[in-house]
Design a protein around this ligand. Structure first.
Ligand code: MF3
Ligand code: CO
Ligand code: CO
Length: 264
């Protein structure tokens, strides 16, 4: 197990990368409208990162073992797509829900965050799924403190999500992040309290639960990346990059347009 603790200098760089990633979502927000294609959102995101933010889009050509290089600069996961949706020529339509997941590399360090967006007016069920997934992520984040364990985070998220009648995707998890996109540890969104790695000040990892309205099972599509729910039910995801501090946690992927944390 090699979980790298970040120095104050590295943490400062992660704070900058996190803010820029969140600002990229702020920039994209007004463009998420019925009629726009996910490919157009990808081009906007690519050009903004390269020409305005002067960062590297980490997803572009990302090729972890067993994968073909990812062909775009963001992930766009619509409705029953769980994660890693590849932008394309399909237009968003009223009632769609979409996750946009962005990761920037600034000065050698990664900032990774995603949000859900409504296209027009969502169904009652879609709104509930998106809002409760946001709360599930935040309940996980609020569990973070020195001495807490990874199993505490997973348990908190799983208990809340399943208590609402939803299910937690098992095959994908949060992850350590820094000079590498995906580092140790793996941050599962399910688990048992009092188990797993003990958190220490200076750790940085993502919390990014994928919650399905139906069953937890997933399938991969033939493009090598896109993951969908096996039962075609809706899926939602939110993601923040989080630092363990002496007093608890600091969310690094914040900017003016980031949605407020839930009250509860
Ligand atoms: N951003 C995703 C995550 O949260 C990873 C996307 S990998 C890609 O870990 F290649 F699909 F972009
Ligand atoms: Co991530
Ligand atoms: Co991400």
């Amino acid at each position: 197990m090699s979980v790298k603790l970040k120095s104050p200098e590295e943490t400062a760089k992660m704070r900058v990368a996190g803010r820029i990633a969140s600002e990229l979502l702020d920039y994209l927000t007004p463009h998420v409208q019925a009629g726009v294609t996910t490919g157009e959102l990808d081009r906007l995101a690519h050009d903004h990162q390269v020409n305005v933010q002067h960062v590297i889009p980490a997803p572009l050509n990302y090729a972890p073992p067993g994968h073909t290089p990812y062909p775009a600069s963001i992930c766009t996961s619509v409705n029953h797509v769980v994660c890693h949706g590849i932008p394309g020529e399909k237009k968003l339509k009223p009632g769609d829900i979409i996750n946009i997941d962005v990761t920037v590399i600034k000065d050698g360090y990664h900032g990774d965050t995603s949000r859900m967006f409504f296209v027009g007016t969502p169904s009652i069920q879609a709104r509930r799924l998106v809002e409760l997934t946001y709360e599930a992520m935040w309940r996980g984040i609020r569990t973070v403190a020195p001495g807490a364990q990874l199993g505490d985070i997973g348990h908190t998220i799983q208990k809340f999500a399943e208590g609402q009648g939803f299910s937690v995707v098992r095959e994908f998890c949060g992850h350590g992040i820094g000079a590498q996109f995906h580092e140790e540890p793996q941050v599962l969104h399910y688990g048992r309290p009092g188990t797993g790695l003990k958190l220490v000040e200076g750790m940085i990892f993502t919390i990014e639960p994928m919650i399905n309205a139906g069953r937890a099972g997933i399938r991969s599509k033939g493009d090598g990346w896109t993951i969908v729910t096996a039962d075609h039910s809706l899926s939602a995801q939110w993601e923040h990059t989080v630092l363990v501090t002496a007093g608890g946690f600091e969310v690094l992927t914040v900017s003016a347009g980031a949605p407020a944390p839930p009250a509860s």
